[in-house]
Design a protein around this ligand. Structure first.
Ligand SMILES: [Zn+2]
Length: 661
């Protein structure tokens, strides 16, 4: 088996360089859909990760007056989330009105059983099949393809069948956007220009302990010579050249010998930054061959000039004005927004949590960046709200989720990463984003007339993530997973030290457990049928009864057997067990990568300190609306038929939910 490092793995999933060079597929539909005027309106705010417990506390304290007012006009309920409650899975439930058996997104990461290799679940890229070589250059004759792997129909496609207009702003799990004449723009799952989920660049003279190539970023050692720094910014691979070298742009930084400022010169841009200052978006072009270039946008942050030079460059986002990959329907939609607002974040999750987790950005710097994201999102909301007159508007916010992930450690004194000093300074970060959402809701409520149904919802809530569970280590300790070399335990990723001939089970992804099944896995040993069935039940039972030696708590609250909880045509593709963690526990960072550390449970000392990949009952989402809810315990997949019902459309048979009103 070929040795593959983490960076290559991360890049493999969504690398799309051949497409980048050719531009997105042609999109002839430029007129926005929806001729039938309906006076009915559905306005949905999708606030990722908003938690019912926190919401209720701050509503009661009078800190969220508009949430409270909406509650008194209609209803507030916890919203049942998906199994597992990962955002791509949960939003797919919402989009299709089914569960993973109906939309085939089971985890952020799936696996290829032929190779025991992780693959991203959301999209797949294939490169041009036919090429022609002329000397050192390679020309694609056919376009490559980027494919959305979510199955099932999206609710806005069904609305379109009935001529009801919809605008879907950055809903997750919709990259590339499902084919539609409606206005849609992709969100979570949209890659950066490298085809990855985001790689920042950090240039520093400081001897750093960080490796050159950390997950999500690259560290470059640079030198200041005669007050000048010369460096390179990497771009997509140049598929026009035979050995497919990485494209790159050289740039220079001129440091003022006296003042704390520097001038950055890159392509046709020259700009001055003070220490601690962010640049605006800079549009740059990676040149492939004389007639082809790829356009991207990035921001520079001059973190320090002296004693050490430190410059952060954000992941290069797809340029929304000249999108090299499909990010909206119609294609014109992202260009229209770009014309009005200028360049904007297109990368799926825009805030750089990796840079914060690796101490490249500190808390304040990360918040500054996420404030750019938030401000942009709120400005565009005003625009979409102002022109919303008929049909459905879905509007998504990511900052709620991202800030809870990164700042939970400062509201949870029991968290291993709790820091009293930082808590004083940033302990209200989560509360503040809830207040920002209250102001956003205020605008929605002011605009709503009697025909407008307002729905404020989240895909899941939040829990502390204090202890990490090494699921593969647990499998090994319990005799279900065997290593080739015991002494090498914990050193290899991607199960390179696993003896498959003596392994019955393994875990990839954040909640997924697979049986090493004969005829399905390349070196499967467990017979499907009764033998497998018994093994699945045995592992599920033992997992639920395992106790954390440090706390005495049960890390696993529920181990779900896939075929007990999923319905639909894709159940066969599901993992065999979906592990539902308890409050405070989550899968370790090693598990999705197929690494097997020595300890079963460890403290989570990362800044990524809040999470939601638990059992669904631990972290329900929220549902607030200005109508009375008639269902006792509504679920994400109940909302989909609800919208259809409002517009008088019959529920398709594949949808498993019930309208809530
Ligand atoms: Zn999240």
């Amino acid at each position: 088996m070929k040795q593959i490092n983490r960076r290559e793995f991360i890049k493999l999933g969504v690398t799309a360089s051949s497409l980048l060079a050719l531009g997105g597929s042609s999109d002839l539909v430029t007129k926005v859909f929806g001729k039938r005027e309906t006076s009915k309106k559905v306005l949905i705010l999708g606030l990722d990760g908003m938690d019912p417990h926190l919401l209720q506390i701050w509503m009661k304290e009078g800190k969220l007056p508009y949430f409270q007012r909406l509650w008194s006009q209609g209803n507030f309920r916890p919203l049942r989330t998906s199994i597992p409650p990962q955002s791509p899975v949960a939003w797919s439930n919402f989009i299709t009105g089914t569960n993973p058996g109906g939309h085939a997104i089971f985890d952020f990461i799936h696996r290829d059983p032929e190779r025991y290799f992780p693959v991203f679940s959301a999209s797949e890229t294939t490169e041009a099949k036919k090429t022609v070589r002329i000397g050192n250059l390679v020309f694609p004759l056919s376009g490559g393809e980027v494919k959305l792997l979510r199955k099932g129909r999206a609710f806005w496609q069904i609305l379109e069948d009935h001529d009801i207009p919809a605008t879907i702003f950055k809903i997750p799990a919709n990259y590339p956007p499902a084919s539609s004449k409606q206005r849609t723009i992709s969100g979570m799952g949209t890659p950066d220009i490298l085809g990855t989920y985001g790689i920042f660049n950090y240039y520093t003279t400081e001897a750093t302990e960080l490796k050159e190539d950390i997950g999500g970023g690259r560290i470059h050692e640079v030198y200041v010579i005669a007050n000048r720094v010369e460096a390179k910014l990497s771009g997509p691979r140049n598929t026009f050249k035979k050995d497919r070298p990485e494209s790159a742009i050289e740039f220079k930084v001129f440091i003022d010998p006296v003042n704390q400022v520097a001038k950055i010169s890159i392509q046709d841009h020259e700009f001055i930054l003070k220490e601690g200052e962010w640049s605006s978006w800079k549009r740059i072009h990676f040149n492939m061959i004389p007639t082809q270039s790829v356009s991207g946008i990035c921001m520079f942050y001059l973190k320090q000039i002296r004693p050490n030079f430190k410059l952060y460059v954000s992941p290069v986002n797809i340029d929304p004005g000249r999108a090299a990959l499909p990010i909206s329907t119609p294609k014109r939609y992202s260009e229209d927004i770009e014309e009005r607002f200028g360049p904007f974040f297109t990368k799926g999750l825009p805030a750089d949590t990796k840079a914060l987790d690796n101490d490249v950005l500190d808390d304040g710097e990360f918040l500054e960046q996420d404030n750019f994201v938030l401000r942009e999102r709120l400005e565009m909301f005003d625009y979409e709200l102002a022109r919303f007159s008929s049909g459905l508007l879905f509007y998504y916010v990511s900052s709620t989720d991202q800030r809870q992930h990164m700042f939970w450690r400062l509201i949870d004194k029991e968290h291993p990463s709790y820091d009293q000093g930082l808590a004083k300074k940033y302990g209200n970060t989560i509360e503040n984003i809830y207040k920002d959402m209250d102001k956003m809701l205020a605008k929605a409520m002011e605009k709503a007339d009697k025909d407008t149904v307002i729905i404020v919802m989240s895909d899941h809530g939040f829990s502390p993530f204090r202890r990490s569970f090494n699921l593969n280590t647990w499998l090994k300790e319990n005799g279900y997973h065997s290593l080739i070399k015991e002494w090498k335990q914990g050193q290899e990723d991607l199960f390179l030290n696993t003896d498959w001939s003596r392994t019955k089970a393994y875990s990839f992804g954040l909640n997924s457990l697979y049986i090493n099944q004969k005829g399905r896995e390349a070196e499967g040993i467990v017979k499907p049928g009764a033998e497998k069935e018994a093994l699945v039940r045995e592992i599920a039972y033992k997992l639920e009864n395992f106790q954390d030696p440090k706390t005495g708590g049960n890390p696993v609250l529920r181990a779900f057997v896939a075929k007990d909880v999923y319905q639909g045509p894709y159940v066969e593709e599901a993992p065999d067990i979906i592990v539902g963690y308890n409050y405070g526990y989550r899968s370790s960072w090693a598990t999705p990568l197929g690494r097997i550390p020595k300890e079963i449970v460890e403290d989570n000392t990362a800044k990524w300190s809040g999470d939601h990949c638990m059992a669904p009952e631990v972290i329900p989402g929220i549902l607030l609306t200005n109508r009375k809810i008639k269902v006792k315990s509504p679920a994400l997949y109940d909302l989909t038929p609800t919208f259809l019902q409002i517009f008088g459309i019959e529920k398709p048979t594949e949808m498993i939910g019930k309208p809530i009103f």
